[in-house]
Every structure is written in C-alpha cells, then in structure tokens.
Design a protein around this ligand. Structure first.
Ligand code: PHE
Length: 355
C-alpha cells in the first residue's frame, strides 16, 4: 500500500511538471486532490491495511496530500508570474505616445448668450417663465394693445397657422409668435390667478424662440430668439427700468460700459424706449459695427401700457410695471463681430467650434 501511495505521488508530481496553463492546472487539481483522486480514496481503503500499520499509512497519506497541495500552490504562483512577465513584454505601453483626443460637445452660441442674460436677471431676483411658441392672434397682438388693423402689425410680419379644411375666418387665427411679449399676458394672468383681488408682484424673464415671415438676409432670419422681461408691482417707476437695465448692461458687457435710452414706440408700452450701449468694439470711437455712431442698439423696453396691465388682471390704478425685449442673436453678433445672422442656423462646425 505504501509503495502504491509513493507511486501515485510521483505520478502526480510529474504530471504537474507538464502543466503549462491555468486550465490544465485546475484539471490536475481535480484529478489528484479532488474527492475522487486515488490518493484521497486511499483513506477508504484502510481496511486492507493491517491494524498495526494503519497509523503510519494514515500519516503518510496526509503528508503526501499536503505535499501535493503545496506543489499545486507553488505551480499556481509560477504560472501567475509567467503570465505577468508575458503581459509586460507583449502589452507594452508606450507612455510617450500622444493621447487620443476626444471630441467634446459645446453649447450653441445663442444658448450661451441666453444663459448669460438669464443668469444676470436671476441674480437680481427674476424667475424664468416660459410659454408656448404657437399663440392665438389674441395673445400675440390684441391683448398687447395691437388691434386687428393696427399699423404696428406691419412691424412684425406673421406666420399664420392654417387648419386644413377650415376657412381662415371661421376660427380664431393661430400664429407662430412674432415676439415673446404674449408671455407677459400669460405670466400676469398666472400670477393674478393666485389672488385676483391682490395680485402678487412679478419679476420674470421669458426666453424663447420667435418667428417672422421675412426675407432671410444677412441681417434678418425667420426664426430667432428673444429674452423678454417683465416686472409688475406697486410704485414701479421708469427709474427702476433704467436702473435694472443699466446694471444688466454693466454685468453683460463690462462695468465701464455706458448706456443711453432713446424714445421709441411699442403699442404695449408707454412710454417706450430703446437702449443703446456704447460700442464695446471701438469704445465709442466709431467703427463699421456701430456704423460710426459709437452706439449699439441692444433692446426695446418701456412701462407696461395700462391696457396691457388690465388684460393681465392687474389694475393699472394700483399697479405699474416695466417690460423689455432683447435679441440674443443680435447681441452675440455684436460681441463677436459676426457679420451674417444665417450662421446661427447653418450648423457649420467651423462656425460653432469657435464658441
Ligand atoms: N416685443 C418687442 C419686439 O419684439 C420688444 C419689446 C418687448 C419692447 C417688451 C418693449 C417691451 O420688438
């Protein structure tokens, strides 16, 4: 029996010598150390051994099993080392090679400008209010004090939305909004609904897309964005308008920038103004961008017209407010000296990559 055990042991060792990979090693382990391995089965055959020899044989089986277990572990470690050496050799990494650049996305220049504008007003306590791009003629015009045949409609040529099979004069006309100003009515009505007798004060900015049925040129597009602003409350005056917009211009264009207000006309504000900022390209000296005037027009504004306040649910005897509207594309063009507004929709990576 002892001689047989020695033979099994030697056999296992020589087989282990021939093992060269992890898979073969596991097979070897099952064969020689597993439950059905001949050496392990030897325990069950102790009955064949004369009683006085059993302790010696038993001890020897244990010794051989432990020796095989150790040989197995040594082999496993040797295989790991060999694999590591191979990997270091074959999968060598050249750390001096240049990295692989990853292309990364960026925001559209208009989006960046809108976010900048909105962030400044948010820091002054304005909230963002968004409303729909498709409006009724009533919201886009009439509630803003622009009646059906008012000449001011010519300022904003309009896309009408047709309902197939329905005569245009049978349904209230639906339009793509020509400006974000209808959002003023939506905002006022939403706030006024909270407490119709004592409507709460409002400070909102309304960024969004607008549409005009115009010839596309280097200076005008049929689709562009606006950021509208509206403040309504007790005792809001024209100096609040001037102070708010002047502070916005300083934060947007730099603390030194000068502003000026010129009288203008919008049906939904009275009085109405346009705000210019000193040309930041030439510092007011005169250049092609400011057409040698030294000033750049950046927005329209005014005190909310009493009719508009009333349409929004605010009693013009008790409340006043100011509103403004600006064009992010135009501001982006001025800041970066972009000559052609059509770049904004051209989706040309050579343009977009610069922002
Ligand atoms: N809605 C005007 C436009 O599109 C801008 C404006 C908004 C003017 C609010 C005054 C007050 O030209």
């Amino acid at each position: 029996m002892l001689a047989e055990l020695e033979r099994l042991y030697q056999q296992a060792l020589s087989e282990l010598d021939a093992v060269t990979d992890a898979q073969a090693l596991q097979a070897w382990r099952v064969r020689h150390l597993g439950r059905k391995a001949p050496l392990m089965q030897a325990f069950g055959r102790m009955r064949e051994v004369p009683a006085e020899e059993r302790p010696r044989v038993g001890r020897r089986i244990n010794e051989l099993r432990d020796a095989l277990q150790q040989a197995y572990e040594a082999k496993a470690e040797a295989l790991r080392q060999a694999e590591l050496a191979r990997a270091l050799q074959e999968e060598r990494l050249d750390v001096t090679l240049p990295g692989r650049p990853r292309p990364y996305g960026r925001l559209h220049p208009t989006t960046r400008t809108i976010r900048e504008i909105v962030r400044i007003f948010q820091s002054m306590g304005f909230q963002v209010f968004t409303s729909r791009e498709v409006e009724t003629d009533e919201y886009n015009f009439q509630l803003l004090n622009i009646p059906p045949h008012h000449p001011a409609r010519d300022m904003q040529d309009t896309f009408y939305v047709a309902t197939p099979g329905v005569q245009a004069d049978e349904t209230p006309p639906v339009v793509l909004r020509t400006h974000t100003s209808p959002g003023q009515i939506h905002a006022m009505r939403r706030y006024a609904a909270q407490d119709p007798d004592n409507p709460p004060p409002i400070r909102v900015v309304l960024p969004g897309m607008v549409f005009r049925y115009e010839q596309i040129t280097t200076r005008s597009e049929i689709q562009f964005t606006q950021v509208e602003g509206l403040a309504v409350g007790r005792h809001i005056t024209f100096s609040d308008l001037k102070g708010t917009l002047t502070e916005w211009a300083r934060r947007m264009f730099g603390p030194q920038v000068r502003t000026r207000f010129r009288p203008s006309y919008f049906p939904f504000t009275e009085p109405s103004v346009e705000m210019d900022v000193e040309c930041f390209l030439c510092g007011g000296q005169g250049c092609p961008v400011c057409k040698y005037t030294g000033w750049l027009e950046v927005l329209g504004a005014g005190m909310v017209h009493p009719v508009v306040l009333r349409n929004g649910g605010y009693d013009p005897e008790r409340y006043s407010g100011f509103a403004f509207g600006m064009g992010p594309e135009r501001i982006t063009m001025l800041r970066h000296g972009i000559q052609d507004i059509r770049h904004f929709w051209r989706n040309d990576a050579r343009f977009l990559e610069q922002f």
